[in-house]
Design a protein around this ligand. Structure first.
Ligand code: GRF
Length: 203
């Protein structure tokens, strides 16, 4: 399965996906990495792995619709069959989401449906939860909404600040995202009636 990865920044989840794709028998390969920010550090992970990159700067488009159309064109041109958002910080139009419905994944650093949106770790700590984590889900038009593919939990420890919790969750993200992409790309997980169902042998 060819995947297109969308990033805006650091790209550590992209790096985890690149590494996974290099392991034998992994059912996906990254066809293109697209950033909406010209200087996104994550682009370098793709470049050093010899993966084609593209910058589609949202500032150069008059509307979200135009930007999303350019994104869609680039993904199709690269032959992408699955789109993985990895720290992609743009909300997509319902039209784009519909075009890639059940073929687009996102990773979010909380146990959804808790703590959608930004400042996840600050809010998790402020709320007093003792467990947080990360979620890979299919993308829907509402932010951080959609059928859940996989989640991983980590403890919130006494004395944690947002940075400490973010680092712990991020380590879990780097395990979870490649695993979830494997499930979807291999056909072991798919959407039925807006929920994810799994092949019988999925643990
Ligand atoms: C991750 O925490 C991801 O869950 C969130 O944004 C962050 C991106 O980090 N959506 P990176 O760019 O993958 O390092």
């Amino acid at each position: 399965r060819k995947i297109g990865v969308l990033i805006s920044g650091r790209g550590s989840n992209l790096a985890a996906l690149i590494e996974a794709c290099q392991t034998p028998d992994y059912p996906a390969e990254i066809a293109v990495v697209i950033s909406n920010r010209p200087g996104a550090p994550g682009l370098q992970f793709a470049e050093s792995a010899g993966i084609p990159t593209q910058v589609i700067d949202h500032k150069h488009f008059a509307s979200r619709t135009d930007f999303d159309r350019a994104l869609d064109d680039a993904l199709r041109a690269a032959g992408a069959e699955l789109v993985c958002n990895a720290g992609f910080m743009r909300l997509l139009t319902p039209e784009f989401v519909q075009l890639w419905r059940d073929r687009q994944l996102n990773i979010h650093p909380s146990l959804l449906p808790a703590f959608r949106g930004l400042d996840t770790h600050e809010r998790a700590i402020a709320s007093g939860v003792r467990i947080s984590g990360c979620t890979v889900h299919f993308v829907r038009a509402e932010m951080d909404e959609g059928p859940i593919v996989a989640q991983a939990a980590v403890p919130v420890l006494p004395g944690d600040d947002a940075e400490a919790l973010a680092a712990r969750v991020l380590r879990a993200e780097h395990q979870l995202y490649p695993w979830a992409v494997r499930l979807v790309a291999s056909g072991a997980a798919w959407v039925e009636d807006d929920r994810v169902v799994y092949a019988p042998d999925v643990p």
